[in-house]
Design a protein around this ligand. Structure first.
Ligand SMILES: Cc1cc2nc3c(=O)[nH]c(=O)nc-3n(C[C@H](O)[C@H](O)[C@H](O)COP(=O)(O)OP(=O)(O)OC[C@H]3O[C@@H](n4cnc5c(N)ncnc54)[C@H](O)[C@@H]3O)c2cc1C
Length: 478
């Protein structure tokens, strides 16, 4: 017996959005989470651990599809964009355009309320343990209800929105479409705090109330970056992400024993804005640690009876680690794809395949290229990043790269003659190689397979190109 048309596992950003979309399309939807209805979208016991920054274009996309509006209170502080600063703070690179520094718990609640308004039922305090699988088709989920009893819930199709550590993805049968595990090197270990600052501050290298700032610095945040994102009422979302391998290399070189926590403490000490501040724990969300993936989204995101959306599919942007936008897009498209599959009674791989195609078209097409650029960035030390940001690419070219578009490096011939030093020459050559690979990968994704038949060759090519980038440009923060 089937209990529901669509089961949505996880009521975070992607799950609540998918449930709202499938509900709006008239399907019988069950949204499941281990949280209660009072705390939707809370990722872990630490709270809604996130930098809270999202591009305006993603919010518009959701509103257009769901027909809802988010209130100003939910959207929080409007910002002009995200600005990345070079390690010596001498060079600024803007990306992502206008956006919001969200009130994350309220945003999660707004999406959740939209799902309920559109008819989704909610089952809280339910811990999902894995997928029900029959004849290699996902038929629902099993787990423990709030009384601690094992329960099976069946649906025609299951959307996996359980986030990065998804137990559904990891317990799928062996398959070539979706990787069960995310490579440790492709994870950023992150921590963040919400602080209230008590002194007005106006040095845009450290804090900018109109922009979300990112500090690239391989000493302070090896293989990642630190961030200072402004919020309303003098609050700041401050955090830091590191790549485990880069941290190990850096510690070894300097005989240091730093870990994520000590690096965050040093980063906060370094930034003069935090001379006078205190933790803002008003929504029990002041301090938290979690991981975010910075690889391309899974090459395929469907399996018979199953669609993945958001962090469960590693969909965060490999360069910025921004995952809210892709989780919203994945949620909308997964809700639509599930609804279509129910209507056509076809939950086969072939039947669900268009979800992959649509997602790649809407968002995923340049993510593999961005991953190569991330690998390139992680291979450079601070001096190389400073020199490279200033000397190798024009401002416009750099902006193009952050959008996943590949510029013809106009300075290439001029710069090649000017490059000074072995490190700079290597960086320059790697940059030229990287932009070439980005172009190739964008071309490969522009021809994303229209059916599962052509998928194995596609995946093989993509994986071998990414492996090639990792082999050529290993992490080298110092
Ligand atoms: C420190 C940090 C900073 C970040 N900053 C930004 C940023 O500034 N901008 C940005 O765009 N992105 C940012 N991201 C990424 C962004 O937060 C995620 O991409 C986004 O939350 C993904 O949403 P999701 O719905 O896919 O997954 P999640 O938000 O993780 O939601 C998963 C849901 O599933 C539920 N769940 C999980 N397992 C189970 C289970 N077994 N049983 C029942 N329920 C379960 C959870 O309770 C949760 O509600 C950041 C991430 C981190 C860690």
């Amino acid at each position: 017996m089937v209990d529901y048309d669509v089961i949505v596992a996880g009521a975070g950003v992607s799950g609540a959005t998918a449930a709202a979309m499938a509900g709006k399309l008239g399907k019988r939807v069950l949204l499941i989470d281990r949280n209660t209805a009072q705390e939707p979208g809370k990722k872990t016991v630490w709270g809604w651990v996130c930098g809270d920054a999202v591009a305006k274009s993603h919010i518009i996309y959701v509103q257009k599809n769901l027909g809802n509006t988010f209130s100003d209170q939910v959207l929080g502080l409007k910002v002009d964009g995200v600005i990345a600063l070079s390690p010596d703070l001498g060079y600024k690179l803007p990306f992502d355009g206008e956006g919001y520094s969200l009130e994350r718990p309220l945003f999660g609640k707004a999406l959740f309320d939209e799902a309920i308004k559109n008819g989704a039922e909610f089952k809280g305090k339910f811990s999902i343990e894995g997928p029900i699988i029959e004849n290699n088709v996902v038929k629902g989920v099993f787990g423990k209800n709030e009384k601690g009893e094992e329960e099976k819930i069946r649906g025609k199709i299951t959307i996996d929105a359980l986030g990065i550590a998804s137990l559904l993805r990891r317990k799928l049968p062996e398959n070539q479409y979706i990787d069960k595990e995310i490579d440790y090197e492709d994870l950023e270990l992150t921590g963040r705090f919400i602080y209230k600052t008590e002194e007005p501050f106006d040095d845009h290298k450290y804090y900018d109330k109109r922009n979300a700032l990112i500090h690239l610095n391989q000493q302070m945040a090896p293989g990642g970056y630190g961030w200072v994102f402004p919020k309303t009422d003098g609050r700041v979302n401050v955090g830091l992400g590191v790549q485990h391998r880069s941290l190990e290399i850096r510690n070894k070189k300097f005989g240091a024993t730093d870990n994520l926590k000590s690096l965050i403490e040093k980063y906060i000490k370094w930034n003069p804005i935090f001379k006078k501040y205190h933790l803002d724990n008003s929504s029990k969300n002041g301090e938290g640690y979690w991981s975010v993936s910075v690889r391309r989204q899974m090459e395929g995101m469907v399996y018979p009876g199953y669609i993945g959306a958001g962090d469960s599919m590693a969909s965060a942007n490999p360069l910025s680690a921004g995952g809210i936008g892709p989780a919203l897009i994945g949620g909308i498209l997964a809700g639509k794809a599930a609804s279509t599959a129910v209507e056509s009674s076809d939950v086969s791989l072939e039947g669900l395949w268009d979800y992959n195609v649509d997602y790649v078209k809407q968002y995923g097409k340049s993510m593999a290229g961005m991953e190569v650029f991330r690998i390139f960035l992680q291979s450079m030390n601070n001096q190389d990043i400073d020199y490279g940001m200033k000397s190798f690419i024009t401002y416009e070219e750099a902006v193009e790269i952050t959008y996943g578009r590949i510029p013809e490096l106009s300075l290439t011939s001029k710069v090649a003659k000017l490059v000074r030093g072995v490190g700079a020459l290597r960086t320059f050559k790697d940059l030229v190689w990287t932009t070439q690979k980005m172009k190739e990968l964008n071309g490969i994704y522009a021809n994303y397979p229209n059916s599962p038949k052509e998928f194995p060759q596609f995946k093989k090519t993509v994986v071998s190109m990414i492996d090639g980038a990792k082999a050529r440009m290993p992490s080298g923060p110092v």
